[in-house]
Design a binder for this molecule. Structure first.
Ligand SMILES: Cc1cc2nc3c(=O)[nH]c(=O)nc-3n(C[C@H](O)[C@H](O)[C@H](O)COP(=O)(O)O)c2cc1C
Length: 415
Protein backbone atom coordinates (compact mmCIF):
# COMPACT_ATOMS: atom_id res chain seq x y z
CA UNK A 1 0.00 0.00 0.00
CA UNK A 2 2.82 2.47 0.67
CA UNK A 3 3.80 2.04 -2.98
CA UNK A 4 0.47 3.07 -4.49
CA UNK A 5 0.10 6.56 -5.97
CA UNK A 6 -2.22 9.19 -4.52
CA UNK A 7 -4.04 11.79 -6.61
CA UNK A 8 -4.55 15.00 -4.62
CA UNK A 9 -7.71 17.12 -5.15
CA UNK A 10 -5.73 19.66 -7.24
CA UNK A 11 -4.83 16.88 -9.69
CA UNK A 12 -1.16 16.47 -8.71
CA UNK A 13 -0.24 12.80 -8.22
CA UNK A 14 2.11 11.61 -5.49
CA UNK A 15 4.01 8.57 -6.86
CA UNK A 16 3.86 6.80 -3.47
CA UNK A 17 2.67 7.34 0.12
CA UNK A 18 6.02 8.23 1.73
CA UNK A 19 6.82 11.88 2.36
CA UNK A 20 9.81 13.71 3.70
CA UNK A 21 8.36 16.01 6.29
CA UNK A 22 9.78 19.51 6.74
CA UNK A 23 13.23 19.62 8.38
CA UNK A 24 14.62 23.10 8.78
CA UNK A 25 17.93 22.92 6.89
CA UNK A 26 19.33 26.25 8.03
CA UNK A 27 21.25 26.39 4.77
CA UNK A 28 20.27 29.83 3.54
CA UNK A 29 23.19 32.13 2.77
CA UNK A 30 24.05 34.34 5.73
CA UNK A 31 23.02 37.91 5.07
CA UNK A 32 20.98 37.25 1.92
CA UNK A 33 19.03 34.13 3.06
CA UNK A 34 19.06 32.61 -0.41
CA UNK A 35 19.24 28.92 -1.30
CA UNK A 36 22.51 27.78 -2.89
CA UNK A 37 24.24 24.59 -4.07
CA UNK A 38 24.12 23.03 -0.59
CA UNK A 39 20.31 22.80 -0.77
CA UNK A 40 20.58 21.55 -4.35
CA UNK A 41 22.92 18.71 -3.23
CA UNK A 42 20.78 17.85 -0.21
CA UNK A 43 17.55 17.68 -2.18
CA UNK A 44 19.11 15.71 -5.03
CA UNK A 45 20.18 13.20 -2.38
CA UNK A 46 16.66 13.06 -0.90
CA UNK A 47 15.18 12.82 -4.42
CA UNK A 48 17.29 9.71 -5.00
CA UNK A 49 15.90 8.32 -1.75
CA UNK A 50 12.51 7.63 -3.32
CA UNK A 51 10.00 9.76 -1.34
CA UNK A 52 6.80 10.50 -3.23
CA UNK A 53 6.63 13.94 -1.65
CA UNK A 54 9.39 16.25 -0.45
CA UNK A 55 8.34 19.12 1.82
CA UNK A 56 11.16 21.64 2.27
CA UNK A 57 12.18 22.94 5.66
CA UNK A 58 10.47 26.14 6.69
CA UNK A 59 11.04 29.14 4.42
CA UNK A 60 10.31 32.51 5.96
CA UNK A 61 8.03 35.21 4.56
CA UNK A 62 9.83 38.15 6.22
CA UNK A 63 13.59 38.60 6.69
CA UNK A 64 12.93 40.61 9.85
CA UNK A 65 11.33 37.53 11.44
CA UNK A 66 13.54 34.43 11.46
CA UNK A 67 13.20 31.22 13.43
CA UNK A 68 16.90 30.41 12.93
CA UNK A 69 19.84 32.50 11.70
CA UNK A 70 20.26 30.80 8.32
CA UNK A 71 16.63 30.32 7.26
CA UNK A 72 15.87 30.76 3.57
CA UNK A 73 13.63 33.82 3.08
CA UNK A 74 11.45 34.39 0.02
CA UNK A 75 9.86 37.84 -0.16
CA UNK A 76 10.05 38.49 -3.92
CA UNK A 77 11.65 37.30 -7.18
CA UNK A 78 15.24 38.23 -6.31
CA UNK A 79 16.43 34.62 -5.84
CA UNK A 80 14.23 33.01 -8.49
CA UNK A 81 17.12 31.32 -10.27
CA UNK A 82 18.50 29.76 -7.08
CA UNK A 83 15.00 28.65 -6.08
CA UNK A 84 14.53 27.09 -9.52
CA UNK A 85 17.74 25.07 -9.10
CA UNK A 86 16.51 23.87 -5.68
CA UNK A 87 13.10 22.89 -7.11
CA UNK A 88 14.69 21.07 -10.05
CA UNK A 89 16.93 19.05 -7.71
CA UNK A 90 13.99 18.07 -5.49
CA UNK A 91 11.94 16.97 -8.51
CA UNK A 92 14.82 15.30 -10.37
CA UNK A 93 13.67 11.72 -9.64
CA UNK A 94 9.91 12.20 -9.94
CA UNK A 95 8.94 13.32 -6.43
CA UNK A 96 6.41 16.08 -5.91
CA UNK A 97 8.13 18.99 -4.12
CA UNK A 98 6.46 21.71 -2.07
CA UNK A 99 7.85 24.55 0.05
CA UNK A 100 6.88 24.95 3.69
CA UNK A 101 6.04 28.63 4.26
CA UNK A 102 6.38 30.05 7.77
CA UNK A 103 6.63 33.04 10.09
CA UNK A 104 7.87 32.33 13.63
CA UNK A 105 5.84 34.99 15.45
CA UNK A 106 6.97 34.90 19.10
CA UNK A 107 9.07 31.73 18.53
CA UNK A 108 11.99 33.77 17.23
CA UNK A 109 14.96 33.81 19.64
CA UNK A 110 15.83 37.07 21.33
CA UNK A 111 19.20 37.09 19.53
CA UNK A 112 17.34 37.33 16.20
CA UNK A 113 14.23 39.26 17.30
CA UNK A 114 14.59 41.56 20.33
CA UNK A 115 10.93 42.57 19.71
CA UNK A 116 9.05 39.84 17.82
CA UNK A 117 5.44 40.17 16.68
CA UNK A 118 2.56 37.87 17.62
CA UNK A 119 -1.25 37.87 17.90
CA UNK A 120 -0.96 39.12 21.51
CA UNK A 121 1.84 40.46 23.73
CA UNK A 122 2.24 37.14 25.56
CA UNK A 123 5.70 35.59 25.89
CA UNK A 124 6.71 31.93 25.82
CA UNK A 125 6.71 30.25 29.22
CA UNK A 126 9.60 28.30 30.72
CA UNK A 127 12.14 29.10 28.02
CA UNK A 128 14.65 30.79 30.32
CA UNK A 129 14.43 34.22 28.70
CA UNK A 130 15.68 32.99 25.32
CA UNK A 131 12.62 34.54 23.64
CA UNK A 132 11.52 38.17 24.10
CA UNK A 133 7.93 39.13 24.92
CA UNK A 134 6.27 39.93 21.57
CA UNK A 135 4.40 43.01 20.47
CA UNK A 136 0.79 42.61 19.32
CA UNK A 137 0.29 42.78 15.55
CA UNK A 138 -1.97 45.52 14.21
CA UNK A 139 -4.80 44.63 11.80
CA UNK A 140 -2.84 46.37 9.01
CA UNK A 141 0.22 44.25 9.78
CA UNK A 142 -1.94 41.10 9.68
CA UNK A 143 -3.17 42.11 6.21
CA UNK A 144 0.45 42.65 5.15
CA UNK A 145 1.38 39.18 6.44
CA UNK A 146 -1.42 37.59 4.42
CA UNK A 147 -0.02 39.33 1.34
CA UNK A 148 3.50 38.13 2.24
CA UNK A 149 2.57 34.45 2.62
CA UNK A 150 0.76 34.56 -0.73
CA UNK A 151 3.68 36.28 -2.45
CA UNK A 152 6.17 33.77 -1.04
CA UNK A 153 3.94 30.97 -2.35
CA UNK A 154 3.62 32.61 -5.77
CA UNK A 155 7.38 32.96 -6.15
CA UNK A 156 8.07 29.35 -5.05
CA UNK A 157 5.60 28.01 -7.60
CA UNK A 158 7.01 30.32 -10.29
CA UNK A 159 10.42 28.77 -9.51
CA UNK A 160 9.09 25.30 -10.29
CA UNK A 161 7.87 23.89 -6.96
CA UNK A 162 4.60 21.96 -7.17
CA UNK A 163 2.97 23.94 -4.39
CA UNK A 164 3.37 25.01 -0.78
CA UNK A 165 2.57 23.99 2.75
CA UNK A 166 1.44 26.62 5.27
CA UNK A 167 3.10 25.82 8.63
CA UNK A 168 0.16 25.93 11.00
CA UNK A 169 1.73 23.68 13.65
CA UNK A 170 4.42 23.65 16.37
CA UNK A 171 3.64 27.01 17.97
CA UNK A 172 4.69 29.30 15.09
CA UNK A 173 2.62 32.31 14.03
CA UNK A 174 -0.43 30.52 12.57
CA UNK A 175 -0.49 28.15 15.52
CA UNK A 176 -0.23 31.17 17.88
CA UNK A 177 -3.34 32.66 16.27
CA UNK A 178 -5.17 29.34 16.75
CA UNK A 179 -4.23 29.05 20.43
CA UNK A 180 -6.51 30.60 23.08
CA UNK A 181 -3.41 30.92 25.31
CA UNK A 182 -1.25 32.84 22.83
CA UNK A 183 -4.09 34.72 21.14
CA UNK A 184 -6.07 36.93 23.47
CA UNK A 185 -7.12 39.52 20.90
CA UNK A 186 -10.51 41.13 21.18
CA UNK A 187 -10.91 41.99 17.47
CA UNK A 188 -12.03 39.70 14.65
CA UNK A 189 -8.79 37.64 14.88
CA UNK A 190 -9.31 36.59 18.51
CA UNK A 191 -11.88 35.25 20.94
CA UNK A 192 -14.11 32.62 19.30
CA UNK A 193 -12.63 29.57 17.56
CA UNK A 194 -13.84 30.98 14.25
CA UNK A 195 -12.05 34.27 14.88
CA UNK A 196 -8.82 32.54 15.94
CA UNK A 197 -8.71 30.55 12.72
CA UNK A 198 -9.52 33.60 10.57
CA UNK A 199 -5.82 34.34 9.93
CA UNK A 200 -5.24 30.79 8.66
CA UNK A 201 -8.36 30.85 6.49
CA UNK A 202 -7.32 34.20 4.98
CA UNK A 203 -3.88 32.73 4.25
CA UNK A 204 -5.44 29.69 2.57
CA UNK A 205 -7.65 31.86 0.33
CA UNK A 206 -4.83 34.28 -0.59
CA UNK A 207 -2.35 31.46 -1.19
CA UNK A 208 -4.74 29.51 -3.42
CA UNK A 209 -5.39 32.67 -5.44
CA UNK A 210 -1.62 33.15 -5.80
CA UNK A 211 -0.66 29.61 -6.85
CA UNK A 212 -3.71 28.54 -8.88
CA UNK A 213 -6.12 25.62 -8.65
CA UNK A 214 -3.73 23.03 -10.09
CA UNK A 215 -0.94 23.40 -7.51
CA UNK A 216 -0.64 21.68 -4.14
CA UNK A 217 -1.88 23.65 -1.13
CA UNK A 218 -1.09 21.80 2.08
CA UNK A 219 -1.41 22.82 5.73
CA UNK A 220 0.53 21.37 8.68
CA UNK A 221 -1.73 21.50 11.74
CA UNK A 222 -1.41 20.51 15.36
CA UNK A 223 -3.76 17.81 16.63
CA UNK A 224 -3.41 19.78 19.87
CA UNK A 225 -0.90 22.00 21.70
CA UNK A 226 -0.95 19.69 24.76
CA UNK A 227 -1.33 22.63 27.14
CA UNK A 228 -4.15 23.23 29.58
CA UNK A 229 -6.37 25.91 28.02
CA UNK A 230 -4.58 25.61 24.66
CA UNK A 231 -5.64 24.47 21.18
CA UNK A 232 -7.55 21.20 21.57
CA UNK A 233 -8.28 18.16 19.41
CA UNK A 234 -11.95 19.17 19.16
CA UNK A 235 -10.94 22.53 17.78
CA UNK A 236 -8.37 21.00 15.46
CA UNK A 237 -11.19 18.93 13.92
CA UNK A 238 -13.20 22.11 13.32
CA UNK A 239 -10.19 23.71 11.65
CA UNK A 240 -9.68 20.60 9.49
CA UNK A 241 -13.31 20.76 8.34
CA UNK A 242 -12.92 24.43 7.41
CA UNK A 243 -9.69 23.64 5.52
CA UNK A 244 -11.40 20.84 3.61
CA UNK A 245 -14.19 23.19 2.63
CA UNK A 246 -11.62 25.78 1.52
CA UNK A 247 -10.07 23.26 -0.88
CA UNK A 248 -6.83 22.30 0.91
CA UNK A 249 -5.18 19.33 -0.85
CA UNK A 250 -3.27 17.68 1.97
CA UNK A 251 -3.50 18.12 5.72
CA UNK A 252 -0.40 17.10 7.69
CA UNK A 253 -1.03 16.30 11.35
CA UNK A 254 1.58 16.92 14.04
CA UNK A 255 1.40 18.44 17.54
CA UNK A 256 3.10 20.49 20.23
CA UNK A 257 5.00 23.77 20.44
CA UNK A 258 8.44 24.93 21.68
CA UNK A 259 6.87 24.88 25.17
CA UNK A 260 5.73 21.23 24.82
CA UNK A 261 7.74 19.21 22.30
CA UNK A 262 5.03 16.68 21.37
CA UNK A 263 6.11 16.68 17.70
CA UNK A 264 9.28 14.83 18.75
CA UNK A 265 7.45 12.27 20.90
CA UNK A 266 8.06 13.87 24.28
CA UNK A 267 4.49 13.34 25.52
CA UNK A 268 3.74 9.94 24.03
CA UNK A 269 1.87 7.28 26.02
CA UNK A 270 2.78 3.58 26.04
CA UNK A 271 -0.18 2.71 23.74
CA UNK A 272 1.13 5.27 21.24
CA UNK A 273 4.68 4.00 21.56
CA UNK A 274 3.52 0.56 20.50
CA UNK A 275 1.91 1.92 17.34
CA UNK A 276 4.94 4.17 16.68
CA UNK A 277 3.04 7.16 15.30
CA UNK A 278 2.36 9.84 17.91
CA UNK A 279 -0.80 11.24 16.30
CA UNK A 280 -2.47 8.15 14.85
CA UNK A 281 -5.35 8.04 17.32
CA UNK A 282 -6.20 11.61 16.46
CA UNK A 283 -5.98 10.85 12.72
CA UNK A 284 -8.47 8.01 13.22
CA UNK A 285 -10.85 10.42 14.94
CA UNK A 286 -10.36 13.02 12.25
CA UNK A 287 -10.90 10.52 9.43
CA UNK A 288 -14.48 10.07 10.59
CA UNK A 289 -15.08 13.79 10.09
CA UNK A 290 -13.21 14.81 6.92
CA UNK A 291 -12.33 13.19 3.63
CA UNK A 292 -9.39 15.35 2.47
CA UNK A 293 -6.04 13.50 2.18
CA UNK A 294 -4.29 13.20 5.56
CA UNK A 295 -0.56 12.94 6.21
CA UNK A 296 0.56 11.96 9.70
CA UNK A 297 4.07 12.72 10.90
CA UNK A 298 5.94 11.78 14.06
CA UNK A 299 7.34 8.47 15.22
CA UNK A 300 6.94 6.19 12.18
CA UNK A 301 9.95 3.89 11.91
CA UNK A 302 8.89 0.48 10.52
CA UNK A 303 7.21 -0.66 7.30
CA UNK A 304 4.72 -2.67 9.37
CA UNK A 305 3.46 0.38 11.28
CA UNK A 306 3.34 2.49 8.12
CA UNK A 307 1.41 -0.13 6.13
CA UNK A 308 -1.00 -0.68 9.04
CA UNK A 309 -1.68 3.06 9.23
CA UNK A 310 -2.38 3.31 5.49
CA UNK A 311 -4.45 0.12 5.41
CA UNK A 312 -6.58 1.33 8.33
CA UNK A 313 -7.77 4.08 5.99
CA UNK A 314 -7.04 6.77 8.60
CA UNK A 315 -3.83 7.94 6.94
CA UNK A 316 -3.09 8.61 3.26
CA UNK A 317 0.55 9.72 3.46
CA UNK A 318 3.28 8.82 5.99
CA UNK A 319 5.47 11.74 7.02
CA UNK A 320 9.09 11.00 7.92
CA UNK A 321 11.46 13.49 9.53
CA UNK A 322 14.46 12.35 11.56
CA UNK A 323 14.88 8.98 9.81
CA UNK A 324 15.61 10.79 6.53
CA UNK A 325 18.29 12.90 8.18
CA UNK A 326 20.25 9.75 8.99
CA UNK A 327 19.18 7.49 6.12
CA UNK A 328 18.16 9.40 2.98
CA UNK A 329 17.49 6.06 1.22
CA UNK A 330 14.93 4.92 3.81
CA UNK A 331 11.86 5.36 1.50
CA UNK A 332 13.55 3.42 -1.33
CA UNK A 333 14.35 0.58 1.09
CA UNK A 334 10.80 0.53 2.47
CA UNK A 335 9.32 0.48 -1.03
CA UNK A 336 11.57 -2.51 -1.84
CA UNK A 337 10.30 -4.32 1.26
CA UNK A 338 13.59 -3.85 3.12
CA UNK A 339 14.39 -2.16 6.42
CA UNK A 340 17.12 0.32 7.28
CA UNK A 341 19.99 -0.34 9.63
CA UNK A 342 20.33 3.27 10.65
CA UNK A 343 16.96 5.07 10.22
CA UNK A 344 16.18 4.63 13.90
CA UNK A 345 19.53 5.83 15.25
CA UNK A 346 19.20 8.89 17.48
CA UNK A 347 21.96 10.89 19.16
CA UNK A 348 22.94 9.92 22.68
CA UNK A 349 22.12 12.16 25.62
CA UNK A 350 24.55 15.05 26.13
CA UNK A 351 24.32 14.31 29.85
CA UNK A 352 22.28 17.42 30.69
CA UNK A 353 18.57 16.59 30.41
CA UNK A 354 17.41 20.12 29.77
CA UNK A 355 19.76 20.41 26.79
CA UNK A 356 18.89 17.07 25.21
CA UNK A 357 15.92 18.21 23.09
CA UNK A 358 17.93 21.10 21.66
CA UNK A 359 21.02 18.93 21.13
CA UNK A 360 18.92 16.34 19.31
CA UNK A 361 17.53 18.84 16.79
CA UNK A 362 21.02 20.28 16.32
CA UNK A 363 22.53 16.81 15.73
CA UNK A 364 19.99 16.07 12.98
CA UNK A 365 20.56 19.52 11.48
CA UNK A 366 24.30 18.87 11.19
CA UNK A 367 23.49 15.62 9.33
CA UNK A 368 21.59 17.70 6.76
CA UNK A 369 24.62 19.98 6.47
CA UNK A 370 26.81 16.96 5.69
CA UNK A 371 24.52 15.97 2.82
CA UNK A 372 24.62 19.59 1.69
CA UNK A 373 28.40 19.19 1.39
CA UNK A 374 27.98 16.03 -0.68
CA UNK A 375 28.78 13.67 2.23
CA UNK A 376 26.65 10.92 3.75
CA UNK A 377 25.22 11.31 7.29
CA UNK A 378 27.60 10.34 10.13
CA UNK A 379 25.45 8.46 12.61
CA UNK A 380 28.33 7.87 15.00
CA UNK A 381 28.87 11.60 15.51
CA UNK A 382 28.52 12.53 19.19
CA UNK A 383 25.87 15.00 20.30
CA UNK A 384 28.47 17.32 21.77
CA UNK A 385 30.41 17.47 18.50
CA UNK A 386 27.10 18.31 16.79
CA UNK A 387 26.40 21.13 19.25
CA UNK A 388 29.97 22.47 18.83
CA UNK A 389 29.65 22.43 15.05
CA UNK A 390 26.30 24.18 15.25
CA UNK A 391 27.59 26.95 17.49
CA UNK A 392 30.60 27.62 15.27
CA UNK A 393 28.74 27.47 11.94
CA UNK A 394 25.39 28.96 12.86
CA UNK A 395 25.47 31.01 16.04
CA UNK A 396 28.87 32.67 15.63
CA UNK A 397 28.18 33.90 12.06
CA UNK A 398 24.80 35.20 13.24
CA UNK A 399 26.52 37.27 15.92
CA UNK A 400 29.12 38.45 13.38
CA UNK A 401 26.30 39.38 11.04
CA UNK A 402 24.82 41.46 13.80
CA UNK A 403 28.16 43.31 13.95
CA UNK A 404 28.49 43.44 10.16
CA UNK A 405 26.94 46.90 10.02
CA UNK A 406 30.08 48.20 11.72
CA UNK A 407 32.56 45.80 10.09
CA UNK A 408 31.40 45.00 6.53
CA UNK A 409 34.09 42.34 6.00
CA UNK A 410 32.44 40.17 8.66
CA UNK A 411 29.19 40.12 6.69
CA UNK A 412 30.75 37.82 4.08
CA UNK A 413 28.74 34.77 3.16
CA UNK A 414 29.26 31.79 5.44
CA UNK A 415 29.36 28.29 3.99
C1 LIG B 1 16.23 19.05 12.66
C2 LIG B 1 14.73 19.17 12.61
C3 LIG B 1 14.17 20.26 11.95
C4 LIG B 1 12.77 20.37 11.85
N1 LIG B 1 12.26 21.42 11.14
C5 LIG B 1 10.92 21.49 10.93
C6 LIG B 1 10.37 22.50 10.10
O1 LIG B 1 11.07 23.35 9.52
N2 LIG B 1 9.02 22.50 9.93
C7 LIG B 1 8.20 21.57 10.52
O2 LIG B 1 6.99 21.60 10.32
N3 LIG B 1 8.71 20.60 11.31
C8 LIG B 1 10.03 20.52 11.51
N4 LIG B 1 10.55 19.50 12.26
C9 LIG B 1 9.63 18.46 12.78
C10 LIG B 1 9.50 17.32 11.76
O3 LIG B 1 8.88 17.75 10.55
C11 LIG B 1 8.64 16.18 12.32
O4 LIG B 1 7.35 16.68 12.61
C12 LIG B 1 9.27 15.57 13.58
O5 LIG B 1 10.66 15.36 13.40
C13 LIG B 1 8.60 14.23 13.94
O6 LIG B 1 8.73 13.30 12.90
P1 LIG B 1 9.82 12.09 12.98
O7 LIG B 1 9.48 11.28 14.21
O8 LIG B 1 9.60 11.30 11.70
O9 LIG B 1 11.15 12.72 13.07
C14 LIG B 1 11.93 19.39 12.43
C15 LIG B 1 12.50 18.31 13.11
C16 LIG B 1 13.88 18.18 13.20
C17 LIG B 1 14.48 17.00 13.89
Amino acid sequence: MIETFLALPCGVKLPNRLAKSALSEQLGTIGSHAPDERLVRLYRRWAQGGSGLLVTGNVMVDRRALGEPANVVVEDDRDLEALAAWAAAAKSEGAVAIVQVNHPGRQSPRTLSPRPVAPSAIGLKGMGGAFAVPRELTVEEIADLVRRYAETARVCVAAGFDGVQLHGAHGYLISQFLSPLANQRTDRYGGSAENRRRFLMELVAATRAAIGEDKVLSVKLNSADFQRGGFTEDESILVAKALEEAGVDLLEISGGTYEVGAMMGVTQRESTRQREAYFLEFAERLRGQVSLPLMVTGGFRTAAAMSAAIESGAVDVIGLGRPLAVDPDFPRLLLAGKSSEVANIAPRSVGIRKLDAMAEVVWYTTQLWRMGRGLEPAVTKSSLVGVGEYVVKSQVPAVLRGMAGQLPVLGARWR
